[in-house]
Design a protein around this ligand. Structure first.
Ligand SMILES: *Cc1c(COP(=O)(O)O)cnc(C)c1O
Ligand code: SF4
Length: 339
């Protein structure tokens, strides 16, 4: 074994909190004291992607405000049921890019490892809301296959743990994965795409930072925050602990109508991220996944917002505006609108 530190047993606080997540629109609205008559929610029977919100995230929403930018990201609305042309189950055609169980290999030099089949929060705009996780769940047998694939492809220098959300895995499971990757000589970096440090900051435990600190791989954690209100002091503390472990912190957001589709919100998000030690990385256009059309921001408007944000912030605080297109070898960069 290399120098990896086995985790001390999980502190189960975060797992308990996770198990106590809100699972219905009704509970969410009750907690926020919002009259259910004010919002057209999707009836439980029509929910193919359940409602799921951890308490610490819910507590950052504004009571009584049905337009709260955090609430809108997680509340199943009736308009999810609308069938909109062009909005499909697998907009990125990931189903065709899986050379081994749990692996999505579309770009040179880096692969996604679908490490977990669930998330702490169910984001209503998620492009993987229809992903067939049951076909990719990483039991030991499948993990062996995924790792064999990565080992056999010497061009891969970075593994991206994705999901689902890899940080819903226990420290033991993560340790098992990281140990295996640590031993593959051509790997240099381990990237973790996760919303846990934002929606359940209690997940950042000494056991987790210790584990990530002990691998020889350079660790990058890409958090996913769409609005400055998500980044309270508790989140800041967790992020500081990750930074203290030498981890590079980046953020990706999705441009969402009603949540962050104005220049002031985007600028404040970047400023707040930076004050918490995180650099903005990508601002994604929404992927056209069935059920998410009500979040759509037209490309023209997106490029205008991009120009407005460039005009307000230093360049290093401006995320790249990108869209993901099936069949391309990277995200596609968009240009700011000319003024
Ligand atoms: C987005 C993505 C990546 C990572 O792309 P970067 O530009 O390196 O952030 C890798 N693989 C897949 C399949 C992706 O969708
Ligand atoms: S945390 Fe990420 S993968 Fe999970 S539902 Fe939200 S956007 Fe999708």
């Amino acid at each position: 074994m290399t120098g990896l530190t086995p985790p001390i047993p999980d502190s189960d606080d975060w797992q308990l909190l996770l198990s106590e997540s809100v699972r219905t629109s009704r509970e969410l609205l009750d907690f926020l004291k919002i009259d259910p008559a004010q919002v057209a929610v999707l009836p439980e029977a029509q929910l193919d992607f359940p409602c799921r919100v951890p308490q610490p995230f819910m507590e950052r929403m504004q009571p009584g405000n049905p337009e709260d930018p955090l609430l809108l990201q997680v509340l199943p609305l009736a308009n999810e049921a609308a069938e909109v042309p062009g909005y499909v189950a697998d907009p990125l055609q990931e189903a065709g890019a899986t050379p081994a169980a749990g692996i999505i290999h579309k770009y040179n030099g880096r692969v996604l490892l679908v490490a977990a089949g669930a998330c702490a929060v169910n984001c209503r705009y998620c492009f993987r809301r229809h992903f067939p996780y049951q076909d990719h769940l990483l039991d030991r047998f499948r993990l062996n296959q995924s790792v064999d694939y990565i080992r056999s492809e010497a061009t891969i220098s970075e593994v991206i743990l994705s999901g689902g959300d890899p940080l819903v895995l226990s420290d033991r499971r993560l340790y098992d994965i990281v140990c295996r990757l640590d031993k593959i000589p051509h790997l240099r970096r381990l990237r973790i795409h996760t919303r846990l440090p934002v929606v359940l900051p209690q997940r950042v435990t000494p056991a987790l930072t210790g584990l990530l600190e002990s691998t020889r791989l350079n660790v990058v954690v890409v958090i996913h925050s769409n609005h400055a209100n998500e980044l309270d002091d508790e989140v800041g503390t967790g992020l500081a602990q990750l930074r203290g472990a030498g981890i590079t912190l980046l953020n990706q957001s999705v441009l969402l109508r009603g949540v962050n589709d104005d220049a002031a919100s985007l600028a404040l998000l970047s400023e707040t991220l930076f004050s918490r030690g995180v650099l903005p990385y990508y601002l994604h256009l929404l992927d056209p996944v069935a059920g998410s059309a009500h979040f759509h921001v037209p490309e023209v408007k997106a490029r205008e917002l991009y120009a407005a944000v460039l005009n307000r912030l230093p360049g290093y605080l401006v995320p790249r505006l990108v869209r993901e297109e099936p069949g391309k070898g990277s995200k596609s960069l968009l240009l700011p609108a000319c003024s």
